[in-house]
Design a protein around this ligand. Structure first.
Ligand code: PLP
Length: 361
């Protein structure tokens, strides 16, 4: 005789979680230092995560569907896309792969990091055991193609560059990939939605040594969920895949990305806010004759006359976080301000006006 065991009823939740309106600020602090989406993610992302069944949380995630959706959005075959736990993880994957394919394991070769550069490039190269060649910026932040040598294993390009906001001129990526056919060329397109430009359609299929990095942290506002992608030729993606843990993408991130990619209207709205915010920052800089660079990202770099570090600290004391970039080569006196919601930009610029005025008095 078999006894049917009934499951015990679920215990009541310990406490109900208050779900107020999503807010990018905790305790009124405005975060304009990490190029996050100051509007939050699309509301449909939250709805999709709330709609998940409990069983989904208990199972290892299957990312086939979200990979296919990402590939379709980018306009490439599914085999060209590898989702990663944020682009940061993707950068590690690329560095490890570049190390493994080094022709001579005794002489792993070196990595070119053109300054000013995103901090993770050097960190990933170091973790992979590759030597780093830091190339100082030219006065106009142009790429010094003569830095490429036969020992070059990996080249980091960032289009548009963080922190300058400058784009890579047409044709240069192809020129670099040809000049360094023995090396991996990583094109970091973390801000492609803002620049409206991407090379995923041109280079990955034709050149196995070009890998494009994308993230859904910035324009899609999913930084807290960690999801990004590498895009390259199918052979390159297949070669890099073993470097990535099999379940790097959690179920919430996968679900969120599908919902975010479906909400084109929210993205368009946010891109409009960013464009308007950049204009406000340019106007501010022009009015005060502050050197700044036209940006294709969701941030603007400007060079202050006095100490950037002191200004950033004074802003933080007023509850507005902006980024001190003055320690980066070529960026003396520079701060970087994230351009997101217009209301956030207005508050930031009003405080900055005040801080700068009190310093010149
Ligand atoms: C933010 C950023 C990344 C990392 O994105 P995540 O997906 O959050 O890891 C990579 N590259 C650049 C240039 C960035 O600014």
């Amino acid at each position: 005789m078999t006894e049917t065991r009934r499951s015990a009823p679920l215990p009541p939740p310990l406490r109900s979680v208050a779900s107020g309106p999503s807010s990018v600020t905790s305790a009124g602090v405005l975060r304009l230092h990490l190029n996050e989406n100051s509007g939050g993610c699309s509301p449909s992302v939250l709805a999709a995560i709330r709609g998940l069944e409990r069983e989904s949380f208990a199972q290892y995630p299957d990312v086939a569907a979200v990979t296919a959706k990402t590939a379709a959005c980018l306009g490439v075959p599914n085999e060209c896309v590898l989702l990663t736990n944020g682009l940061d993880e993707g950068l590690h994957v690329v560095a490890q792969w570049a190390r493994r394919v080094a022709l001579d394991p005794q002489a792993p070769g070196s990595v070119i990091v053109v300054e000013p550069a995103f901090d993770m490039y050097a960190a990933c190269a170091e973790a992979a055991g590759l030597g780093i060649t830091r190339v100082l910026p030219e006065p106009d932040f142009a790429f010094p193609i003569e830095a490429i040598t036969p020992r070059t294993r990996l080249i980091y390009l960032n289009d548009p560059n963080n922190p300058t906001g400058l784009g890579i001129p047409a044709g240069l990526i192809e020129q670099i990939a040809t000049a360094a056919s023995q090396a991996v060329v990583l094109v970091d397109e973390a801000y492609a939605e803002f620049s409206g430009r991407s090379c995923v359609l041109d280079l990955p299929h034709r050149r196995r040594n070009v890998v494009v990095g994308r993230t859904f942290a910035k324009a899609h506002g999913l930084a807290g969920l960690r999801i990004g992608a590498l895009v390259s030729a199918p052979e390159t993606i297949a070669a890099m895949r073993p470097t990535l843990p099999p379940f790097s993408i959690n179920i919430c991130a996968a679900t969120a990305l599908e919902a975010a990619l479906d909400d084109r209207a929210y993205l368009e709205w946010y891109l409009g806010e960013v464009t308007a915010s950049r204009q406000l920052i340019y106007q501010f800089a022009r009015r005060r004759a502050v050197r700044h660079w036209p940006s294709e990202g969701n941030y603007v770099l400007m060079r202050l006359a006095g100490s950037a570090t002191e200004v950033v600290a004074a802003m933080a004391a007023r509850g507005v976080l902006i980024r001190d970039r003055s320690q980066l080569p070529g960026c003396d006196g520079c701060i970087r301000i994230t351009a997101g919601l217009v209301t956030a930009t207005e508050r930031c610029l009003a405080e900055l006006e005040d801080v700068l005025a009190s310093r010149t008095n």
